[in-house]
Design a protein around this ligand. Structure first.
Ligand SMILES: [Zn+2]
Ligand SMILES: [Zn+2]
Length: 140
């Protein structure tokens, strides 16, 4: 059995799985989450700092819930977090639609195990380089 210190209150507890938070704090957190979710439903236009203030929790925690897709905001709300890939504002989760698609496509490609074509890429890069040098010469 693993014993850890709770991230929230520092109490020693028997760690099982998930974040390092003791049972008591985990229960409290669930209660706060219920309050936050209700508040967001009633005040869809509120910002993350407002929610944190009103619900007596911290911004980091709220952002984590958004990342976990437990909290989401309506499309007319200004609330958003950044896509982990490109930084665009999103409502929930980790990636924007475009990056989500790209990630899925990359996974598909990985499954197919298509061999990369280094020769083709090298050729294209060289061509680009030549063109750029040519342009530079003209500029001068
Ligand atoms: Zn605790
Ligand atoms: Zn993105």
């Amino acid at each position: 059995m693993e014993v850890r210190n709770c991230n929230k209150c520092g109490k020693i507890f028997n760690y099982v799985t998930g974040p390092s938070i003791c049972q008591g704090c985990r229960k409290n957190l669930e209660e706060v989450f219920t309050v936050v979710r209700k508040y967001v439903r009633r005040n869809p236009q509120s910002t993350i700092p407002e929610i944190a203030e009103e619900c007596d929790t911290d911004i980091k925690q709220i952002r984590q819930w958004i990342r976990e897709e437990r909290l989401s905001f309506t499309s007319d709300s200004d609330v958003g977090i950044e896509c982990e890939q490109c930084g665009v504002s999103i409502k929930t989760g980790r990636y924007c639609e475009a990056c989500k698609k790209a990630v899925t496509e990359n996974l598909d490609r990985a499954y197919e195990k298509a061999p990369p074509k280094p020769e083709m890429n090298k050729f294209r890069d060289q061509k680009k380089d030549t063109k750029m040098r040519f342009l530079n010469k003209n500029d001068v």
